[in-house]
Write a new protein. Structure first.
Length: 116
C-alpha cells in the first residue's frame, strides 16, 4: 500500500499550509483511520493529529486550536489544515494509515519549514 502525500514547504510564522494524503490501496471495509505525525531534528516522531473513520479525532496539545484534521473515508484521504504556524512546527510530516487488520502504513514524509 502506497500513501500519496502532498503539501508542505516553506512558510513564514503565522502562515498556513495544507497537507493532503491518500491511501487508495486499502479496501473500504479495512479502513480504520488516518493521520499525521512529525519528526523534528534530534527529536522523536510524535503524533500531530489523527482521525478515525468512525468520527473521532485527536490532536497533540501543541497544535490544538491551530490545526484541523479532516478526511473522506470513501477516498481514504486525509487533510491537515495548519494555521498560525510557528517555528517549532518545523519538522518532517509523515502521513499514516491504520487498518482494522492491524497494519500500519506510512508515507515518505514531507518537509514543513516555518521561518521568516
Amino acid at each position: 500500500v502506497q500513501l500519496q502525500a502532498s503539501g508542505g514547504g516553506l512558510v513564514q510564522p503565522r502562515g498556513s499550509l495544507r497537507l493532503s494524503c491518500a491511501a487508495p490501496g486499502i479496501i473500504l471495509s479495512n479502513r480504520k483511520g488516518m493521520g499525521w505525525y512529525r519528526q523534528a531534528p534530534g527529536k522523536q516522531r510524535e503524533l500531530v493529529a489523527f482521525i478515525t473513520w468512525r468520527g473521532t479525532s485527536n490532536y497533540a496539545e501543541s497544535v490544538k486550536g491551530r490545526f484541523t484534521i479532516s478526511g473522506d473515508r470513501a477516498k481514504n484521504r486525509v487533510y491537515l489544515q495548519m494555521n498560525s504556524l510557528k517555528a517549532e512546527d518545523t519538522a518532517v510530516y509523515y502521513c499514516n494509515a491504520e487498518t482494522f487488520s492491524g497494519h500500519d502504513y506510512w508515507g515518505q514524509g514531507t518537509q514543513v519549514t516555518v521561518s521568516s
